[in-house]
Design a protein around this ligand. Structure first.
Ligand SMILES: [Zn+2]
Length: 310
């Protein structure tokens, strides 16, 4: 069975201004890295726009209107906060990024593909129910998880987040959502300063594993296996969404974990094993962070190789 690749040109046109780490070159570099014979088998799809109904599962109407009304005229930028910048194309890009995950969930749920990678931006995991923050406008992963549950009837939907930053927004949205699981490894005391181990959720299950700055492959693999994968197996997900951030790489300028590119293939394979055991192989992955362009490209390649079963 196939692996889908969702993206859209609007995601390249979301312009955050000069010197912003979350830049369009991140996505163009990823798409270039996924050219070539090895990745010919990817089924390439254009991301559709998410509908208001799909977005409202994760966000308030106030938040949707606040973001979409803030889209500035062509050539201008609007700072939703000091980190989170919008250009004229950002509204469409955000709707396509969320729409990619929704469409990928639909395709994987329907058995049209085994799994999917959504190469989209803006990223999503910092966006809370009623707030954009940390480069994120809409929470793509949480929107996909709630779509899997509410539109397809999956009863145990997991979001696993290996971005170096805690997905405060995913946790905020899923905290009290029955049938959801959010598991995150992240650097402790880093932005956004949430994700303590004692944050365990309400009706949704939260599993947070902060790692000290400087932690490398050994420390990451140990806690990922012993805590994240262990608790995920107990949950027995019937659908897995991956918040695939690659900024825990040693070369990344925004944080201080020391993962290698091969760790991203390893972690992806661990999640695919769980998906094979309880989720009929159903996995949808969506891009979050990753700011060193060569490390990002190499890490995404390893992640997609795993999705393809290479
Ligand atoms: Zn990050």
């Amino acid at each position: 069975m196939a692996t889908l690749l969702y993206t859209h040109p609007a995601c390249l046109q979301h312009d955050t201004g000069e010197y912003h780490p979350e830049c369009a070159e991140r996505l163009s570099t990823i798409l270039a890295a996924l050219e070539g014979e090895e990745f010919m088998a990817l089924l390439r799809e254009e991301a559709p726009l998410a509908s208001r109904e799909q977005l409202l599962r994760a966000h308030t109407a106030h938040h949707l209107d606040h973001v979409l009304d803030a889209v500035p005229p062509s050539g201008e930028h609007h700072h939703i906060d000091p980190d989170t910048v919008m250009s004229a194309q950002s509204g469409e890009a955000a709707l396509r990024a969320a729409g990619a995950v929704v469409a990928a969930v639909d395709a994987v749920a329907a058995g049209q593909a085994r799994n999917a990678f959504c190469a989209v931006r803006p990223p999503g995991h910092h966006a809370e129910r009623d707030a954009a923050m940390g480069f994120c406008l809409f929470n793509n992963a949480a929107i996909g998880a709630l779509h899997a549950r509410d539109a397809h009837g999956f009863q145990r939907v997991a979001v696993i987040d290996f971005d170096v930053h805690h997905g405060n927004g995913s946790q905020h949205i899923l905290w009290d959502e029955p049938g959801t699981f959010y598991g995150s490894t992240h650097q402790e005391h880093a932005y956004p300063n949430t994700g303590l181990a004692e944050e365990t959720g309400g009706k949704g299950r939260m599993v947070n594993v902060p790692l000290p700055a400087g932690s490398g492959s050994d420390e990451f693999r140990q806690v990922f296996d012993d805590i994240i994968v262990h608790r995920l197996k107990e949950f027995a997900p019937d659908f897995i969404i991956i918040s695939a951030g690659f900024d825990a790489h040693a070369a990344d300028p925004l944080a201080h974990l020391r993962l290698k590119t091969s760790d991203f293939k390893w972690a992806t394979e661990r999640l695919l094993d769980v998906a094979a055991a309880s989720a009929g192989n159903r996995v949808v992955s969506v891009l979050e962070g990753g700011y060193d362009l060569p490390a990002l490209a190499a890490s995404v390649r390893e992640h997609v190789r795993a999705l393809l079963g290479h």
